[in-house]
Ligand binder design. Structure first.
Ligand code: ADP
Ligand code: MG
Length: 405
């Protein structure tokens, strides 16, 4: 702060901003106030029982999800072997659970073959604010709507994904709801932490600040036992889940932490959301540089290897009118070539509106926002889900081929 000394004797009043010192007790009190507020905000937003609900599905949406014509839905209704839904006025709609029953029946060729293992996808980028959590949760919802059984593993101690699922990381999450007991060594299989979510077809492993403890527990275990291999802890812990779920989606913190390394080592596929900004692009280069150093140190130096089935760069928060971002978009395409998914998630107030209500575009009721922008954002996410589902289905097919060949 620059304070000009008044020349002596002139009696000029020096303007000085008041100092607002904060003791640790003040900070503690503030933390408690915000935590209480969060509880109230959530209660206000999610009446009456503070439980979120997945939206209902219209006939048009159901037809789209099933990949059939609306007339096929009407015809199939007459057979009476699938949930009939309910009439709301003169329109028929289905609860999400019932819609999934339809989808699983009509899209059976896209479902995981019994012999194939669930596919693990890690969403990572060590920048914050690039849409990791938004992408992970929207993708989970999209895949669940397409009939898959999804497990979301929140590994960010900030618990943003957990919050989007309507669970408050500070107040409602105990160690046994998180991966912490796996990382500390108290549990060997992550199944203990699984709980159902409000969205049919999605189960959840929560995160909370207590998960920061993993950053101490993992290196400590490695020091005690040099044969431990801290980077494989999660990979091993997911063995059971790979049999029980079609897709396991992992959201990571904005750091190449011990936990993120675990998430990458457990992954069959990696999605890196990347807004087309110069700083984000530069940071992504560092990410891959550090990651490949780590892989050399941890994996290849031991004569081991690791293959990813796919690595996708997802252009996120794209402002189409912004000239700078179209330049960086070219850099991204040049640098990441065929890894860049052929879809851009537009930066829209719709996504922002949704997150302000602790949800995603798939949570927003129809008509809640300007339908054209809503449609654009939703179409982009639909396409994202479709592209990623195609890769997952291809991984399953390759697994089966390998077993049979
Ligand atoms: P990360 O997990 O990488 O930190 P988030 O998914 O939490 O990123 O997103 C960061 C912020 O950007 C959030 O406020 C989110 O609502 C907002 N956001 C994400 N995607 C979009 C988008 N397509 N348009 C506008 N805002 C977005
Ligand atoms: Mg996040």
């Amino acid at each position: 702060m620059s304070t000009k000394l008044a020349p002596s004797g002139e009696g000029i009043r020096i303007h000085r901003a008041p100092i607002r010192r904060q003791s640790l007790a003040d900070i503690e009190a503030q933390a408690a106030r915000i935590a209480a507020m969060m509880g109230q905000i959530r209660t206000a937003m999610l009446p009456p029982a503070s439980v979120k609900q997945a939206p209902a599905v219209s006939a048009a949406q159901l037809a789209e999800l099933c990949g059939v014509d609306k007339s096929k839905i009407a015809y199939r209704l007459t057979r009476g072997d699938l949930p009939a839904g309910t009439m709301v006025g003169n329109r028929r709609e289905w609860a999400m659970t019932d819609a999934r029953t339809w989808v699983r029946d009509l899209r059976h060729e896209h479902m995981r073959p019994a012999q194939a293992a669930g596919t693990t996808i890690t969403v990572a980028n060590f920048k914050g604010g690039v849409a990791k959590t938004t992408s992970a949760v929207t993708l989970a919802q999209g895949l669940a709507m397409r009939g898959h059984r999804v497990l979301v593993v929140d590994l960010d101690p900030q618990g943003s994904a957990t919050t989007l699922f309507g669970v408050l990381p500070g107040a409602e999450v105990e160690p046994e709801h998180t991966a912490m007991l796996l990382f500390s060594g108290e549990e060997e299989d992550l199944s203990y932490a699984i709980r159902p979510s409000y969205w049919p077809g999605i189960d959840l492993i929560c995160a909370a600040p207590l998960l920061f403890g993993a950053e101490f527990a993992l290196p400590a275990r490695q020091t005690r036992d040099p044969g431990f291999e801290f980077w494989r802890c999660l990979d091993r812990g997911l063995d059971q889940a790979r049999m029980d779920y079609d897709v396991i989606l992992i959201d990571t913190p904005p750091a190449l932490s011990y936990v993120t390394i675990n998430a990458l080592m457990a992954a069959d596929g990696v999605i890196m959301p990347l807004p087309p900004s110069a700083l984000d692009f530069a940071s992504s280069a560092q990410f891959w540089d550090l990651f490949s150093d780590l892989c050399n140190q941890l994996i290849r130096s031991r004569g081991q290897d690791k293959t990813f089935e796919f690595i996708d760069v997802l252009l996120s928060r794209v402002e189409s009118s912004d000239a700078a971002s179209s330049v960086v978009r070219q850099w991204v395409l040049e640098a990441y070539t065929d890894k860049v998914l052929p879809i851009e998630i537009p930066k829209t107030s719709v996504a922002a509106t949704a997150s302000a209500e602790f949800g995603t575009v798939y949570d927003l009721p129809r008509g809640a926002v300007n339908s054209k922008t809503f449609g654009r954002a939703r179409d982009a996410f639909d396409r994202m889900c479709e592209l990623i589902e195609q890769q997952i289905v291809a991984v399953w097919a390759a697994q089966i081929e390998q077993m049979e060949g």
